[in-house]
Design a protein around this ligand. Structure first.
Ligand SMILES: Cc1ncc(COP(=O)(O)O)c(C=O)c1O
Length: 480
């Protein structure tokens, strides 16, 4: 059956509209049998659940009958309704990549997630730490860099001055020894993962992510066509003994601060993981997104610093240490992959913007970056303390806090609540202007309890103190 999805909204709604339109223009007449859900899902490259939901909708609206054991039949003509459907505005997916992308990621959902109307206090993870001193310093750096940066195409691997500054920083603060030749400047972790996938993974090959994991990283791998499998984490980080016996091509980990659980990967686990990678000829992508921000001890040395086999791609980003709109990050590449990764970056965008790179290089070498890091660490520590104190007070007996003494977020588990209970709790919070967010999108399989991922970067201490009584009201209602 030929159906054209219009690319607007969730896939099940797109499919419902496409089916209605097929019914309306007489392609499937009254009394005809609709394809079995499994077959239609396979033909369209959709999940069976998507098809089941669309069929259920048609059934609920009275256009379809289900007869036990014999399938689904068109039960009523549909001319009037379908005539009202707007014409499709989006082409059918033209490639397997486009098809997978539509299935996996909805920009519309992301948009609503970002700007939920009326949210005054948002615990959205990923919001930047707004800092007027940084804004002033950055404006100065940009103006300076713009005045002397050549307008010619930049080096696709990244400005040598920035790569050098990053090596210096990594040696002093993350225990990573690298030369500027090892470093590739990219536009954030997002591009680092996508270039790594291009260079390392054929369609259908196995990639392991932590369960739970950073949803965007997982989605890039899925869109690329990798077979993505989750391996659990415990308080020592990734459970290496649960890694698949079939050799994964790529294993993505957050050893410094597991996202989002907060676990720090212990030294024995790090060594086991490197040993596993050696035996299975796997590559490791070490996502060190916020390893800088530790509040009880010095940051741990990176996994890459223990790697003797050249299997670790170490990925750093300035999204957390500075701000995410900068879109700058880097890969410390194994020597054997340098050529392929730099070529992939060249093919994608010819290199990142030279002015921002020059500004950042100067900011790092003149000391402004580390001053900013020290200030941010203090600020985040104050916000974290305010949130923790408040949560302990209002949540006693109702919530469990997973605290990891690091980063910019906490995980809060709600005792004895289902995911449906959590949906009502989130809706109530949003009515009060309080942005709370489920941890669920960061799991491949839903966790067995309901939890919140609470980012505290976007709220000042006084805003956190204003938000906590609202959270208390939400909990009071949920635990009445
Ligand atoms: C685990 C993890 N890795 C990386 C990033 C940063 O991604 P990017 O560098 O593309 O902004 C984030 C941001 O939220 C993250 O949570």
């Amino acid at each position: 059956m030929h159906l054209q999805l219009d690319g607007r909204g969730p896939l099940h709604a797109q499919l419902t509209r496409a089916l209605k339109s097929a019914l309306a223009n007489g392609r499937v007449g009254e009394g005809s049998r609709l394809p079995p859900t499994r077959a239609l899902a396979r033909d369209l490259g959709l999940s069976r659940n998507t098809v089941l939901t669309a069929y259920e909708q048609l059934r609920a609206e009275g256009f379809m009958d289900a007869r036990v054991g014999s399938g689904s039949y068109v039960s009523a003509p549909l001319l009037a309704e379908a005539a009202n459907d707007p014409p499709p505005r989006v082409a059918e997916p033209q490639t397997a990549y486009a098809r997978r992308s539509r299935e996996i990621h909805s920009l519309a959902t992301l948009g609503t997630r970002r700007k939920v109307q009326g949210i005054r206090w948002s615990f959205q993870y990923g919001l930047p730490l707004v800092n007027p001193a940084l804004t002033t310093a950055w404006a100065r750096e940009l103006a300076r860099a713009a005045a002397y940066t050549t307008p010619n195409y930049p080096d696709p691997q990244g400005l040598p001055a920035l790569r050098e500054a990053i090596c210096d920083y990594l040696a002093r603060r993350r225990g990573v020894q690298a030369t500027p030749d090892d470093v590739l400047i990219v536009s954030g972790t997002q591009q680092a993962v996508s270039l790594s996938a291009r260079v390392l993974l054929e369609e259908g090959e196995l990639a392991v992510v932590e369960e739970p994991q950073y949803f965007a990283l997982r989605q890039i791998l899925q869109m690329h066509g990798a077979r993505v499998q989750g391996t659990g984490v415990d308080t020592d980080g990734l459970c290496v003994d649960q890694l698949p016996s079939a050799s994964p091509r790529l294993i993505c980990v957050t050893p410094s601060h597991q996202f989002p659980s907060g676990a720090v990967m212990s030294l024995p686990r790090r060594l086991e993981l490197l040993q596993y990678a050696r035996q299975h000829h796997s590559w490791i992508l070490e996502d060190d997104y916020d390893g800088e921000f530790r509040y009880d001890s010095k940051p741990l040395a990176a996994l890459r610093s223990l790697d003797r086999d050249g299997r670790v791609l170490y990925v750093g980003t300035f999204s957390k240490t500075l701000f995410p709109s900068l879109r700058l990050g880097y890969i410390v590449m194994p020597a054997t992959l340098q050529q392929d990764l730099v070529t992939a970056k060249w093919a994608q965008d010819f290199g990142s913007s030279a002015i921002e790179q020059a500004a950042l290089a100067h900011f790092m070498t003149e000391g402004g970056f580390e001053r900013h890091l020290r200030r941010s660490t203090r600020t985040l520590q104050e916000r974290r303390a305010a949130l923790l104190d408040g949560l302990r007070e209002i949540g006693a007996g109702r919530i469990d806090i997973a605290d990891s003494h690091a980063g910019m977020h906490l995980v809060v588990w709600l005792r004895d609540k289902t995911h449906a209970d959590l949906d009502s709790l989130l809706a109530h919070a949003h009515q009060l202007g309080l942005g709370l967010y489920s941890i669920r999108p960061h799991y491949l399989q839903p966790p067995d309890r309901a939890g919140l991922l609470m980012g505290y970067c976007g709220l000042s201490v006084s805003e956190i103190n204003e938000a906590l009584p609202l959270f208390a009201r939400v909990l009071d209602q949920a635990y009445r």
